[in-house]
Design a binder for this molecule. Structure first.
Ligand SMILES: Cc1ncc(COP(=O)(O)O)c(C=O)c1O
Length: 392
């Protein structure tokens, strides 16, 4: 696929070569291994003298198609599909690091990424320092001679705070560190971190990439020389995405642009509604004029995203009543679905953090996170309005 084609065209027209059956839609290559024409070809493919599929833990046409599309969308050279977003984050944090190395990461991270940094990587001698995502000076001050990697998630989950990608990209270049960005909330349709100096992009494809709450999946994308080592790790450790899930995710990418447009317009309308509600204490949405980093959001994101957070005047008690009175929308910890989903981060996704850790990233007991779906906005607002009424 030509790089100069538009986003939607790349998403739809990048596909595995048509087989002798002349199918229009790409089939699922449900096969664990692939055959060789002869002994010499088998030897040459294993020796990496020629390209070819060997075994689906190494490569598979459905996975290759999914990754080729994502690389075109993120403007990266190469990538690897993974069984989940966490597998992608794990590979990107471990493949290039050794015992004694150090990571600087933004404090407001997805719960499992936080567990990885605080409870798992230290077992192998990899340490980290947390900084406030928006404090550029703190990022620079935290860099030590043994710092090898800078990691962020922007907008953050569930704080919706932003990392100044251009500033951190420059730091990464100046201090010779890998800069890794979890781009799950923005998706490649709203934000391309490599334009600002990021080396590796991680995705939880489970979220907006699938977009319909059906499957887990992930991806790591970046320059060929950096992906090479990550591919080596993935091949040996086996966090492969199944061809069936890769097929689903590649099909889903065909509609990412149109879905994100609608997710964002619904989220923006809901945020404006909540701002006007007298029972709501705070509302956060990257493109709201009241967001402390709205200018940065408008610079590095093309739209404000699908996530909105708010706090009710009545604190935790009202918050529980609100959630118990939701009728149409879903109470679930996932996000990025056609269905609007609501979460109470303090007692679910971020319950493993200590109260102090939650406070530091703005997760109050009364905070509600909404991933705004694709239902009609009037029905989304109606359900939220009636639940707020009953929360008093
Ligand atoms: C920002 C972010 N990154 C990574 C993940 C992990 O993705 P997965 O559940 O696909 O492993 C999540 C999951 O919610 C997430 O919200």
């Amino acid at each position: 696929m030509k790089k100069n084609k538009k986003f939607e065209t790349k998403a739809i027209r990048t596909q595995v070569e048509r087989s002798s059956q002349k199918e229009h839609s790409v089939p699922i290559f449900a096969t664990s291994s692939f055959v060789f024409d002869n002994a010499e070809q088998a030897r040459a493919i294993f020796a990496e003298e020629i390209e070819g599929n060997i075994y689906s833990r190494y490569s598979n046409p459905n996975n290759d198609e999914f990754i080729e599309k994502l690389c075109l969308m993120e403007e990266t050279e190469q990538g690897i599909s993974t069984s989940s977003g966490m597998a992608a984050i794990f590979l990107s944090l471990t493949s290039h690091l050794r015992s004694g190395d150090h990571i600087v990461a933004s404090r407001s991270l997805f719960g499992s990424t936080h567990q990885l940094l605080t409870s798992i990587l230290p077992r192998w001698g990899i340490t980290h320092t947390y900084v406030d995502i928006h404090d550029n000076n703190a990022w620079e001050e935290a860099i030590m001679p043994q710092t090898k990697l800078l990691f962020t998630e922007t907008p953050s989950n569930p704080g919706l705070d932003l990392c100044d990608l251009s500033f951190i990209g420059t730091l990464a270049r100046n201090y010779n560190c890998l800069f890794v960005v979890d781009n799950c909330f923005a998706t490649p349709y709203l934000q391309n971190p490599v334009k600002y100096g990021a080396h590796l992009i991680c995705h939880s494809a489970t979220k907006f990439i699938d977009g319909q709450g059906r499957t887990l999946g992930g991806a790591v994308l970046g320059p060929a020389d950096i992906i090479k080592e990550i591919y080596f790790m993935a091949k040996q450790t086996g966090p492969s995405l199944s061809p069936f899930n890769a097929w689903i995710l590649s099909k889903s990418l065909e509609t990412l642009a149109i879905r994100m447009e609608k997710h964002c317009s619904n989220a923006s309308e809901l945020a404006s509604y909540l701002v006007k509600s007298k029972d709501v204490k705070t509302v956060k949405y990257p493109f709201l004029p009241s967001h402390p980093q709205v200018e940065l959001a408008r610079q590095q994101m093309s739209l404000g995203g699908a996530l909105v957070t708010f706090e009710l005047e009545g604190g935790i008690e009202s918050c529980n009543k609100f959630l118990d009175n939701i009728k149409l929308l879903s109470l679930t910890s996932n996000l990025g679905d056609t269905r609007t989903t609501l979460t109470h981060p303090a007692t679910t996704t971020h319950s493993k953090l200590t109260p102090e850790e939650r406070e530091a990233v703005g997760i109050t007991d009364g905070l509600i996170r909404i991933s705004v779906g694709l239902e009609h906005i009037d029905d989304i607002v109606d359900d939220i309005r009636q639940a707020i009424e009953k929360s008093k």
